[in-house]
Design a protein around this ligand. Structure first.
Ligand code: RP5
Length: 179
């Protein structure tokens, strides 16, 4: 795998989505996966969106992550024009706080799936992890990084639990000394 060739295309509906969608980019970088990022809107620039999806595979992309808010049709529009897997990130940019985007992203008609993740920054991060897991089927070095990422998640939970248990034991010992 070349470190330089983008394997994941991140598309967002508006420049205003960038701070959230950068979470996906940061996470991909942590896995050593090259990415590209651009703005395209299913509603405001439909031709650009269709063109991006139609040319994605021949440009070397293997997964697309699409983040949009309001009636979010970006991920679905991209999925309609490519055979690549598309992961949709619903964004909280409307008065409905992303619930509209969640339903628009996840409720794709049978035959044209979008893998919808959680609303907002957590979803953007998960989209990158899911993209990495898809790529790991083909690239053993990405698989290794996911295995160690999973181990680090587990040990961070164990560490917190151990620290809490230790604090409780100390507090109990202190109370016992007083009585
Ligand atoms: C959506 O509308 C975009 O994905 C963005 O979340 C939202 C608002 O866009 P702007 O009006 O800030 O450009 O299409």
């Amino acid at each position: 795998m070349s470190a330089q060739r983008p394997l994941v295309g991140i598309v967002m509906g508006s420049e205003s989505d960038r701070p959230i969608m950068e979470e996906a980019a940061k996470t991909l970088s942590r896995f050593g996966i090259a990415w590209e990022i651009t703005v395209s809107s299913a509603h405001r620039s439909p031709a650009r969106t269709a063109d991006y999806a139609r040319t994605a595979s021949r440009r070397g992309l293997e997964v697309i992550i699409a983040g949009a808010g309001w009636a979010a049709h970006l991920a679905g529009s991209l999925a309609a024009h490519t055979v690549l897997p598309v992961i949709g990130v619903p964004l909280d940019s409307s008065p409905l706080k992303g619930l509209d985007a969640l339903l628009s992203t996840v409720q794709m008609p049978p035959g044209v799936p979008v893998a919808a993740v959680a609303i907002g920054a957590g979803g953007a991060r998960n989209a990158a992890v899911l993209a990495a897991q898809i790529l790991a089927l083909k690239y053993p070095e990405i698989r290794k990084r996911i295995v160690s990422y999973k181990k680090s998640l587990a040990s961070s939970i164990e560490k917190t639990t151990d620290q809490r248990t230790l604090a409780r034991t100390k507090a109990k010992a202190k109370t016992n000394r007083k009585t």
